[in-house]
Ligand binder design. Structure first.
Ligand code: ADP
Ligand code: ZN
Ligand code: ZN
Length: 759
């Protein structure tokens, strides 16, 4: 008899441990590690699902208690054993249930009916189709014959109808898609836009610098060296071409490649560049794919139908069996950190996965994270640098405008005189302009000028944001979506002087139109890009010169190469500096550098205006000089002094509950337990003579979180700082056990986050 340890799928039970079941003889072949199985559970023998984590010949409990597995779920992806190891590593390092970690590495086949309507369309002509039918009949492929006959009858068939009414299976449809016999409409968007253009474009001739980097990487790869590289290259220096060269080399060795690109930069333009070079061997993933489509992509990857997967963070778990290289473009991006538990960072997970499979990792950025650059300097990663733009296009000329001086000049407009002058100039020359505002609807809050009352969300501890509506103006909560009408007088004192402060993108758009009435303006922010492909539409309209000025948030600084943009205006550079966040300067530097990099990509007259109240702040001055090294040196000194990552490590514990008192009490108990742990460990160390403790654990809090209430849930936070990551990891593991056993934490949710990115 074979025994399987099974982890229960969390959608059934919140049980994070394994249970042993016997595998009946007839299932022995199908039941492998990673299989999804159904089995009777509990006293009531409810049939539920779970994954096989391990198999053994001997039972670990009395066999009389061991029940049998019912069945192995068909068509489920078998989770590869290395992905199971990856999941337990994620759980161990970031804090989550094993189930949550497994969900991340393994997409679950969607069982609920697809909301999206999909249709199947025959791609073959009548003669071709009839010939195919004869061929299938000869081979007696019953299911395929049925599908083809159906399509010959009506040409287009509804996907769900085919499955539910005609008993056609998804694999049959999938096979036809792969043989180009049919096309499934809703999935075709990114399938392969150049399917019928067979010719793949030749690579460009690389510059000497690009070639030197590619050669070095390829030589090391051939020598069997596997490690992590950091490609630091200014915007427009040709990093993407270098990636493609590396990818090609790795593919030639029969290996597979994952390329991570932040979703926002994964535009049609970018995707096409890769399709043109690699054609059919690519698949693209994005968050717009349904669960089922994502599953299909994984299936194709697992079957070896593709060799390259391009996508955002989740593409990291593509089940390639011969993975040889993981590239992470825009490595510094906050979106590589998961906001849901387990709050893992794609960079760290990529490096671990690569080590399991013998792959290399390449990180690329114009503005590397402090973490990555420090490790490169410490020799942990190999550093490659590209510090010139391709085609010799000069870097734009940057002006820093002190907004305090503008006030002295009685200029109350949001445009400094310099910016106004340059906008007028570009409009006259029929060149394009991007105006960049940090953060959506920033400071769009509404308050009373008589009594100071601020309009707040009744469910969250944040102010409501003013939005221009078609007929009525609204106040919206950006945390929970709560909405109300803009009041005509103050609800607190009745004064009519209630108004919005600050500047949101909508306000900027309005002011641009007022100041430059002939200019055609497009706005891009969360509100204008909600629809499918919403941001793609705006970007391509701008690329087609349907507008002169594009106004937007950080969204506009990514991904697109607008050859005609020769002026970038950053309206208020400081907004991110005031954020209550140890990465504030780093984020400001990154945003300014990336935004500036949009100007003059193909022209030599690129100019950038940075408007700021802090013209002397190092994140502004170094960004204006495009001097990453100088920024890094200043910032790493600050982090060292303050003992912030990457010099030290921070573990954040987030405690939430509907009951404010209960969570406050739990947070106090949490702290007491951490202190206990610290003291115990210290006394153990004191008796062990050879261990010298260099750094102490520092505990900050518990305090109410920045936003102390969201959706009527109260939030507390504790920070634990220590030089040694392992110390904090052990502490986290200890606390997880403690929380499980203490009743005080009932009704409380505790989440962990290492070295937070988005606080
Ligand atoms: P990055 O990824 O560093 O921003 P890209 O790879 O997108 O830079 O290159 C910027 C521009 O330069 C692109 O339009 C690209 O096609 C072009 N380019 C890159 N390398 C070369 C080359 N060796 N010869 C000619 N053009 C190149
Ligand atoms: Zn008032
Ligand atoms: Zn709210």
């Amino acid at each position: 008899m074979i025994y399987a340890d099974i982890i229960v799928d969390i959608s059934h039970e919140n049980l994070d441990k394994t249970y042993q079941y016997a595998v009946p003889k007839h299932l022995e072949e199908k039941a492998v590690v990673g299989s999804l199985v159904r089995f009777p559970f509990g006293k009531a023998n409810r049939i539920i699902k779970g994954y096989i984590i391990s198999l053994s010949q001997t039972p670990s409990i009395d066999v009389s208690y061991i029940k049998e597995i019912d069945e192995v779920v068909d068509n489920a992806l078998v989770m590869e054993s290395h992905l199971i190891r990856l999941a337990s590593w994620i759980r161990d390092n970031y804090g989550a249930t094993l189930n949550d970690a497994l969900k991340i590495v393994l997409p679950v086949k969607q069982t609920v009916k697809m909301v999206e309507k999909r249709t199947i369309r025959l791609l073959l002509g009548l003669d071709e189709a009839n010939a195919k039918l004869i061929e299938l009949q000869r081979k007696n492929y019953k299911a395929r014959i049925r599908l083809l006959e159906l399509l010959l009858e009506r040409n287009v068939v509804d996907y769900d109808t085919a499955i539910n009414k005609y008993g056609i299976t998804r694999p049959t449809i999938q096979t036809f898609v792969e043989h180009n016999i049919i096309e499934v409409e809703a999935t075709k968007v990114y399938r392969n836009p150049i399917k019928n253009q067979q010719q793949v474009e030749q690579a460009m001739v690389l510059t000497h610098k690009q070639q030197a980097i590619a050669d070095d990487f390829c030589n090391e790869y051939d020598e069997g060296i596997r490690k992590t590289y950091l490609l630091h290259g200014i915007t427009g220096s040709g990093k993407t071409e270098v990636y493609m060269e590396m990818i090609e080399h790795v593919l030639e060795q029969g290996k597979q490649v994952i390329l991570l690109i932040p979703e926002i930069a994964l535009t049609y333009q970018t995707v096409m560049r890769f399709y043109k070079r690699f054609g059919d061997r690519i698949s693209i993933m994005n968050s717009r794919l349904s669960k089922g489509e994502r599953f299909d992509q994984y299936m194709r990857a697992k079957q070896g139908d593709i060799d390259i997967m391009i996508g955002p963070r989740s593409a990291l778990f593509t089940p390639f069996e011969k993975l040889g290289l993981i590239i992470i473009d825009e490595e510094h991006e906050g979106s590589y950190k998961s906001e849901m538990p387990p709050k893992y960072h794609a960079r760290e997970v990529a490096i671990y996965r690569a080590s399991l499979l013998g792959a290399s990792v390449v990180l690329g950025s114009a503005t590397p994270s402090l973490e990555a650059y420090k490790r490169a300097k410490d020799g942990e990663y190999k550093l490659y640098e590209l510090n010139e733009r391709i085609s010799g296009a000069k870097l734009p000329c940057v002006y820093v405008v002190d907004l305090r001086e503008e006030l002295k000049k009685k200029n109350k407009s949001i445009f400094s005189e310099k910016l106004k002058e340059l906008i007028t100039d570009r409009l006259n020359n029929k060149e394009q302009i991007m105006l960049f505002l940090n953060r959506r609807g920033f400071a769009g809050f509404v308050s009373c000028r008589s009594c100071g009352h601020v309009m707040k969300c009744p469910h969250c501890d944040v102010s409501l944001t003013y939005h221009y509506g078609r007929d009525k103006n609204k106040l919206v909560c950006h945390y929970c979506g709560y909405e109300e009408e803009m009041p005509s007088k103050c609800p607190s004192c009745g004064s009519p002087y209630i108004a919005t402060f600050g500047t949101g993108t909508q306000k900027v758009e309005e002011m641009v139109k007022k100041e430059f009435p002939t200019a055609r303006v497009l706005r891009m922010d969360m509100d204008t890009t909600t629809g499918k492909e919403g941001h793609e539409k705006i970007l391509s309209a701008f690329a087609n010169r349907e507008a002169d000025i594009l106004v937007g948030t950080q969204m506009i600084v990514k991904g697109h190469d607008f050859g005609n943009v020769s002026l970038v205006g950053i309206l208020a550079a400081d907004l991110s500096l005031y954020a209550n966040d140890y990465r504030a300067a780093e984020k400001t530097f990154q945003l300014l550098t990336q935004a500036a990099g949009r100007a003059g990509r193909s022209k030599d007259n690129g100019e950038v205006v940075i408007q700021t109240y802090n013209p002397e702040h190092y994140s502004v001055t170094t960004a204006a000089n495009n001097d990453y090294e100088a920024f890094y040196n200043r910032e790493i000194a600050f982090r060292t002094m303050m003992k912030y990552p990457p010099v030290s490590n921070i573990l954040v514990a987030f405690l939430t509950s509907k009951n404010d008192e209960a969570v406050a009490k739990a947070a106090d108990l949490f702290k007491a337990a951490v202190l206990d742990y610290k003291i115990q460990l210290k006394s153990q160390m004191d008796t062990a003579e050879d261990i010298v403790e260099t750094e102490d654990l520092e505990i900050i809090g518990p305090v109410k979180a920045n936003v102390a209430k969201v959706n009527d849930i109260y939030r507390y936070v504790l920070y634990m700082k220590h030089m040694d990551y392992i110390y904090l990891k052990n502490l986290k593991n200890f606390m997880e056990g403690f929380i499980d056993y203490s009743t005080i934490f009932k009704g409380c949710n505790v989440q962990f986050d290492f070295n937070p990115m988005n606080s």
